[in-house]
Design a protein around this ligand. Structure first.
Ligand code: FMN
Length: 351
């Protein structure tokens, strides 16, 4: 989850503590926030990058910590903000998705359409030329190489939420009339080109996932049926998993929120495209995870906001349901038996 705590794209002590704590908290895999292949690919000036070796080395320190002190794996998510770049952190100035008050940088997108519908509010991006596509693809490749050098175990390509690659996929944001617009196959052409280049630069034995918006929640936008086609295309290009998020492509979206509300997309993509999926969104209890996995609706569950509240979410949920066969960091072991005993007492009391 984006933290907006970097300077010059450099992850620091904040990220070591943030990611290290979640890895120590029982998560099998921690996924670092969207990390950008160039300075102008950032959502905000506080977003992390992998466009230079200093950033690579800063990430390597965090990866080494996770590997040394925990049994977790750690993933990097590479993404380009595209039309949603050059904005505030959500709590700054005028709020999320709003342009910076000063020092904005030019934006790129599939088409020259601002994310916020009122042109007074949102910066208008430039429709990418073929030369822009070459530059962005090569930046992704260089960032991928640095991610591998930093020791990450897994790479996710961010093709969701209205950011640059997502802006090509959705018909709401892609109005191009060249080979990169029109049919879904055309709209996927550049995202697939980037994915193929990333996959080729990433070590063969390490997995990749692609995060998609499986539903735009807007009439005329991407639907779950399209998501199946999108998943098939990335599967054919070598993706191992599809991470099924939704929305944030159009400010006009009308999502239907609720417990596990995006799990149906992971389920449908898994069954129809025949690829492993990650379910995400309002999965807040071990029982949610277990029912999604046991019923074959997804292969993994990603848990985001609950980890903001509780870095040891996985250890806590395991103790809550009485699952004791889980490793805690050795120095924390006396906390394990106490927490398990307290939950056991609460269960016995019918709480
Ligand atoms: C503060 C915050 C930052 C986020 N940053 C990212 C991000 O960097 N990349 C991404 O793909 N999704 C991001 N998301 C979306 C989450 O990954 C997740 O899909 C969403 O919060 C729904 O899951 P949850 O109900 O478990 O929080 C972010 C969400 C929040 C709340």
């Amino acid at each position: 989850m984006a933290q907006y705590r970097c300077t010059d794209g450099l992850p620091g002590d904040y990220h070591l503590v943030h990611l290290g704590a979640r890895a120590m908290g029982g998560a099998a895999l921690v996924v670092a926030e969207m990390t950008c292949p160039s300075a102008d690919a950032r959502i905000t000036p506080g977003c992390p990058g992998l466009w230079n070796d200093a950033q690579r080395d800063a990430w390597a320190r965090i990866v080494a910590y996770v590997h040394r002190e925990t049994d977790a794996r750690i993933a990097i998510q590479l993404g380009h903000a595209g039309p949603k770049g050059s904005t505030n952190a959500p709590w700054d100035h005028t709020g999320a998705d709003r342009p910076l008050p000063a020092h904005n940088w030019p934006l790129l997108a599939a088409s020259a359409l601002p994310y916020l519908p009122d042109p007074e509010e949102g910066q208008v991006p430039r429709a990418m030329t073929r030369a822009d596509m070459d530059r962005v693809r090569d930046d992704f490749v260089a960032a991928t190489r640095r991610a591998a050098e930093a020791g990450f175990d897994w790479l996710e390509l961010h093709c969701a939420h209205g950011y640059l690659l997502s802006s090509f996929i959705s018909p709401l944001t892609n109005h191009r009339d060249d080979d990169y617009g029109g049919s879904l196959a055309n709209r996927l052409r550049f995202p697939l080109e980037v994915f193929a280049a990333v996959r080729a630069a990433w070590p063969d034995h390490l997995p990749t996932s692609v995060r998609i918006s499986a539903h735009d929640w807007v009439e005329g936008g991407i639907t779950p049926a399209d998501a199946v086609e999108i998943a098939r295309a990335f599967k054919a290009a070598g993706a191992d998993l599809i991470d099924c998020s939704s929305g944030q492509v159009s400010a006009l979206q009308k999502p239907t929120y609720g417990r596990m509300y995006q799990a149906p997309f992971a389920d449908r993509v898994r069954q129809e495209a025949g690829i492993a999926t990650i379910a995400v969104g309002a999965i807040t209890e071990a029982d949610h995870v277990n029912s999604i996995i046991a019923s074959g609706r997804a292969d993994l569950c990603a848990v985001a906001r609950p980890h903001l509240a509780n870095p040891a979410w996985t250890l806590t949920e395991a103790a809550r349901i009485g699952w004791t066969a889980i490793d805690w960091p050795a120095p924390y072991l006396s906390g394990k038996s106490q927490m398990e005993a307290l939950f056991q007492r609460a269960r016995a009391a019918g709480a």
